[in-house]
Design a protein around this ligand. Structure first.
Ligand code: C5P
Length: 222
């Protein structure tokens, strides 16, 4: 039988991560945080002193990546080669490094099966940039979640403050804009809505509001 997938794509800071996690919880489905795989590839490369544009080395690294996603009572943790890197992969530098390795076609190809392996009954919520266009083109529901750059920057600032990480808005906005541009301009799997995606603008909506809208779409599809 076909395992249903809800694809949630969109730019950095649109709230995809939070919305996808809550959606998966509410439905009792699995969650794929595909951005984490690109972040982990970048982190593993940096640990080895690899250049972030060495496509051959990086794609081999990506295909062999020793990663475990552990879900614990305190929250999900991510292990890279046995080390808990849950916090390390969340900082903005790692996001920027991830967007550099994500340009490379053979790195993307190396991560494809690993992402598709998450498609297990009863269903999957997949969070990323190309979930609806490339990884799960047959997804039952495709959401493209957007928000203005200012709103995304303000949200990211709040998120980092909550984690006790210092940041300033102007440099966050610069980083987000740089990452968006790289994600949207790349030749392979650029950030763009699938033809059959429903766009949700989360500016001015809280998480509950976004979640309700997506759940309504999901019900209409069934
Ligand atoms: O979503 P997140 O901010 O964790 O993603 C980090 C980076 O990984 C993105 O800026 C993007 O370049 C890349 N990415 C991607 N395709 C995905 C998910 C993330 O290219 N499906």
């Amino acid at each position: 039988i076909d395992v249903p997938v809800i694809a949630v794509d969109g730019p950095s800071g649109s709230g995809k991560g939070t919305v996808s996690r809550l959606l998966a919880e509410q439905l009792g489905w699995h969650l794929l945080d595909s951005g984490a795989l690109y972040r982990l590839t970048a982190l593993a490369a940096q640990r080895r002193g690899m250049a972030l544009d060495d496509e051959a080395m990086l794609s081999t690294l990506a295909s062999k990546l020793d990663v475990r996603f552990a879900s614990e009572a305190q929250g999900a943790s991510v292990l890279l080669e046995g080390d808990d890197v849950s916090l390390a992969i969340r900082n903005e530098d790692c996001g920027i490094a991830a967007s550099k390795v994500a340009i490379l076609p053979s790195v993307r190809a190396a991560l494809l099966d690993r992402q598709r392996d998450f498609r297990v009954t009863p269903g999957l919520v997949a969070d990323g940039r190309d979930m609806g266009t490339v990884v799960f083109p047959d997804a039952s529901l495709k959401i493209f979640l957007t928000a203005s750059l200012e709103e995304r920057g303000a949200r990211r600032l709040r998120q980092l403050k909550d984690q006790g990480v210092g940041a300033n808005l102007p440099s966050l906005l610069r980083d987000l804009a740089e990452r968006d541009a790289r994600d949207a301009r790349r030749a392979v799997s650029p950030l763009k809505p699938a033809d059959d995606a429903l766009t949700v603008d989360s500016s001015g909506l809280d998480v509950r509001g976004v979640l309700d809208r997506i759940l309504t779409f999901a019900r209409e599809r069934n």
